[in-house]
Design a protein around this ligand. Sequence first.
Ligand SMILES: C[S@@+](CC[C@H](N)C(=O)[O-])C[C@H]1O[C@@H](n2cnc3c(N)ncnc32)[C@H](O)[C@@H]1O
Ligand SMILES: Nc1nc2[nH]cc(C(=O)O)c2c(=O)[nH]1
Ligand code: SF4
Ligand SMILES: [Mg+2]
Length: 206
Amino acid sequence: MTYIVREIFASLQGEGVQSGRVAVFLRFAGCNLWSGREADRITARCRFCDTDFVGGERYGDAESLADAVAAAWPAQDGVNRLAIVTGGEPGLQLDDALIAALHRRGFAVAVETNGTLPLPSGLDWVCVSPKAGTDLVVTRGDELKLVYPQVGAAPEDFEHLDFTHFLLQPMDGPERAANTDAALRHCLSRPRWRLGLQLHKSLGLR
Ligand SMILES: C[S@@+](CC[C@H](N)C(=O)[O-])C[C@H]1O[C@@H](n2cnc3c(N)ncnc32)[C@H](O)[C@@H]1O
Ligand SMILES: Nc1nc2[nH]cc(C(=O)O)c2c(=O)[nH]1
Ligand code: SF4
Ligand SMILES: [Mg+2]
């Protein structure tokens, strides 16, 4: 299996209930809901993306890619190693061989996914972030992190699903302040939802 990787970097998990945890991010190229080209954004199935996932480096096998992830771990200390596999849409490329190779190097493996593609088993943490107008196939996991607000994706549409944590993440962009206020008010009225802020953006991290 050849993997196309946009970037590999160490940072803090900036989102969700594991926010603040040290991690190596493995960002795959490509997404099934947007080409990544600005000219296509207006007609894409997901139009609010904050990420550049176009193009990248090829890795010919899982071992060499897992070696690159391990080389990016920022500490001598190998305790609490976490790899966060994202993109783009990692469901297009993440497979059993890569998960096993990361596990052999001592990493717990987390994924950030739009939930429209089946995932391999053996993941240690699954975060699904549903997109309006798409069909969810990943209906269980550790956290459901809904970017808010989205016309056609109301929080109550997801409350029956089998997730441990439910978060609203204000949609970043020109309306971020208003979206944050709306998400906060929704959480106050419906406390099964917690507010998730993008820590890395306020800290100026990647
Ligand atoms: C760039 S996506 C990559 C993973 C996967 N394709 C997905 O959508 O979950 C990573 C996370 O950023 C969130 N995100 C993308 N654009 C955002 C924005 N403008 N404001 C807030 N969160 C955003 C996504 O919903 C997802 O939870
Ligand atoms: N620091 C940091 N935390 C993140 N959590 C999820 C991210 C993503 O783009 O998937 C992300 C990201 O891009 N940076
Ligand atoms: S599904 Fe994820 S990577 Fe794809 S365009 Fe939407 S937010 Fe970006
Ligand atoms: Mg990001």
